[in-house]
Ligand binder design. Sequence first.
Ligand SMILES: Cc1cc2nc3c(=O)[nH]c(=O)nc-3n(C[C@H](O)[C@H](O)[C@H](O)COP(=O)(O)O)c2cc1C
Length: 382
Amino acid sequence: MPASRLFTPFEVRAVRLPNRVVISPMCQYSATDGFAGDWHFAHLAKFAIGRAGLVFTEAAAVEADGRITHGDLGIWRDEHIAPLQRITAFVKAQGSIPAIQLAHAGRKASMQRPWFGNGPLDETDAQRGEVAWPIVGPGANPLGPGWLTPHALTKSEMQRITQSFVAAAARADRAGFDVVEIHAAHGYLLHSFLSPLTNPRTDVYGGSRENRMRFPLEVVAAVRASWPAAKPLFVRVSAVDDLEGGWTIDDSIAFATELKRLGVDVVDCSSGGALGSATAAAKPLTPRVPGFQLPFAEAIRAGAGIATMAVGLILDAHQAEAALQAGQADLIAVGREALYDPNWALHAARALGDDPRFERWPEQYGWWLTRRQPLLERERRD
Ligand SMILES: Cc1cc2nc3c(=O)[nH]c(=O)nc-3n(C[C@H](O)[C@H](O)[C@H](O)COP(=O)(O)O)c2cc1C
């Protein structure tokens, strides 16, 4: 039995995560026409080698126009399956569980890759072959001055997007993913319906909270109905908009209650992004201190009675363990800290005393490290 909760397996439907460390979805902006390449393989493989229990791909677009940038991963064509299958096979061979996040960027589509400016695609990008494309949203309200004006989705277009999520989930199943997460956070399409700051509709998809939740819930219900019953479904939310007059934690608890009713297994609790970047908000109401989103995971877990995944500046093993022990969340996602240390899970197990003899490490590494350890200890004693 592991001493820590972080390394106690997590069972959900027929899937057993070997531990509670999750690699958070992280866009690499490095795909061509949505296809995963060698970068995606190496990027995700190293987290499985590092023994994270659940390894998420970045947001994969369910339609080509639902990409944030030209470099986004995609899953809108059957041809996208094969390179993803190579990734899931490797992740599973390492004993980790492969997961994919499904997304439509909505009014935040057609952007520059971060290193080309993170703004709307312009003439400079067009010269590189990265031409802007028409975008969609709940209404014809752009993200801000200078951004593209979205086309306000009609009911039949929304039904088409719902079916794109369903088809993408079917491809994810064929590609070997065991967990699907629907992206309903960070100002992308589904979140833009939820937030009163971004949804100007006057039909049954706008106005009251119940109406604003309708389209995201339709997508979730349709995916849940077709995604295998043995496989868990996660939904990522922006637990709060973190802006005056925006989506609140009470709204998230109401939403999570509906998600639970529809058969969602885990709510992944992020925040922000309605009107700009989720990771680099200019003046967030919630200070960006370590674990700043943990209270959201805790409130949703308690308020809706559903398992939650916490994320956001969770930096070290003891912080993660304390959050689990305190009942704030069931799973701990690490993003940037895993970029800094792809072996975050293995190092966490050592820090928590759960792996004194490197038994969790791949034998290709562990065999050597076990034998090196006495030398290091002797060196320290002398
Ligand atoms: C490079 C990068 C790409 C990201 N891409 C996504 C994404 O595809 N989907 C998503 O929901 N969040 C995305 N995020 C947000 C992360 O999943 C995570 O919530 C955020 O970085 C906070 O966690 P951290 O402090 O551990 O990095 C991204 C973050 C980074 C740094």
